[in-house]
Ligand binder design. Sequence first.
Ligand code: ATP
Ligand code: MG
Length: 560
Amino acid sequence: MRAQTVLLGYELGSGREVRIPVQHMAVTGITQQSGKTTTLEALIGRSGLRAVTFVTKRDEGAFQQATRIPAYFREHTDWRFVESLLEALLQQKMKFERSWIMRVCKGTKTLREIQKNLEVAMRDATRGLDESVYFTLSEYFEQLIPEIERLPYSKELKLGPGINVVDVSQYSTHLQGLVIRSVLEWVYEREKDVITLIPEAWEFVPQRHNSPVKDAAVQLIRKGAAGGKYVWLDSQDLAGVDKEIIKQVSVYVLGVQREVNEVKRTLAHLPGGARRLKPEQIMKLSRGWFYVSYGSELRCVYVQPAWLDADPERAKRFAIEELPASYVAKPETKRKAVHETKASTAETITSTHETKNHTHKTNPAAHEMETPMRPSIEEYREDIKSYATLVEYVTREFPDDAQHNGEFKNPVDVIIELLSELKNRRMSQSIITKPEPAEIDYSAVATEVLERLKASPEFTALQVRSERPELNVTVQRRVIDVDGSTLRGRTAQLIAAGWFDSPRRNVDLLKELHRRGFASAPPNISRELNGLAELGFLTKEGEGYQAVPGMKVNIHETEA
Ligand SMILES: Nc1ncnc2c1ncn2[C@@H]1O[C@H](COP(=O)(O)OP(=O)(O)OP(=O)(O)O)[C@@H](O)[C@H]1O
Ligand SMILES: [Mg+2]
């Protein structure tokens, strides 16, 4: 049975129930301050439909009660797909490079095979432009393929009732994109009546460039509705999301955004009803409050989170009386369980192969466990506008070596502790009483953090230390015997011959060795150059590696 409408929440003031049609939908709003994921989770639960989504952030607190399923991944080797990988990587459209991409993809069945073709193509490349395309792809594959090989993925997608979550938070955004693409294709080809929730839509289906998720998402959203396959997008704003996808959305759930120009851009994408909205209305929303628009409807709604499904009167009263947010906050005990189960899920995904073809439920015993979860700095990103400056400042003032000698803390830990304290204090002081933005004086908060940082013992200790600098360096001459028939030996010969006196890129070395009749592969070249830099024979200069002046390489010739 397909749900036609689903309860979203209650209208501001009147407390009337607001139901929305189950169609393609987008939920927007500032991270943490709007409550997008909470909204989506509640809607899926109440729709009774099956849904599949992805956890892409390590500190995601939602979907904890959902069924964890292994990642489903299908390897593609067609040139369009490889082109989309490259476009996502370089964040620009390919123009002339297509024929070279087609060439390396021809006749392949696995990404590994493409990687092999790339090595050959790179050696034989005659022009700088094709060489650099191949090299970028090759470097990319070099990172991606070992990651794919670590991913405990299943060859089919088994969706249970309710929300199914694929946890890819441990992997790079590129690999996350590949898994999301595979799942979208599976849903399109084989499922019925399933909601697919795409998190961080601006990142996975961006407007400005291609991505491996895009064509699968366009296909699903354009043709899926007939089979009850709906796409729900979770995105901070709509401006960055692909227009072809946004065109298919008919229900918009808009949470708080603070930047007037961003709000204007979001509103510009909306059809009919929502055009009446003024930017200030969006900017004044608080957590859990959204404007919902579909057709000519436009309402301001308090969204009933899933934890109030058993007590809807409370959610309704909140909407009518605009009570303090603590009235509807998620119960504290649940949050502890959330953190624990999160940690245990992450472990199973990375470390066991038994997770393949199995589903995971969260561990109810986790309630009893007390280990506190370290808050992520990401959580404070919106609150502390000068976050980047702060990190830059602390890493400059707490130099790297301070992290290793055991006496000093990692600067990021110091910031996290201070911020966590600040956040707790602010939360206990300012429980939001109205759907208006809490006034936060960002620069005052940042200044306070900096002041406290300066007063912290770690900082003082470092100050004292840096006032009396002492540096004892013992230089040890390393002697490494290498055989001229190995890659290291060949590279050492080139250092001795002065070939590295100006910076050389990996691909230059690969070609030079090839010219001298020695075959190697890009991963080995990268490893070797890094190794020689670590040993102090080379330094990494911009794009290439250069010999360290004064570094001696002795060549002893022996009879073969
Ligand atoms: N309707 C609501 N009522 C009460 N609290 C809510 C509501 N919605 C969200 N919250 C609380 O707000 C916080 C952030 O919610 P959520 O994770 O859903 O935000 P988000 O917009 O998805 O953030 P992000 O972009 O970082 O994923 C959580 O602590 C959640 O419990
Ligand atoms: Mg979220």
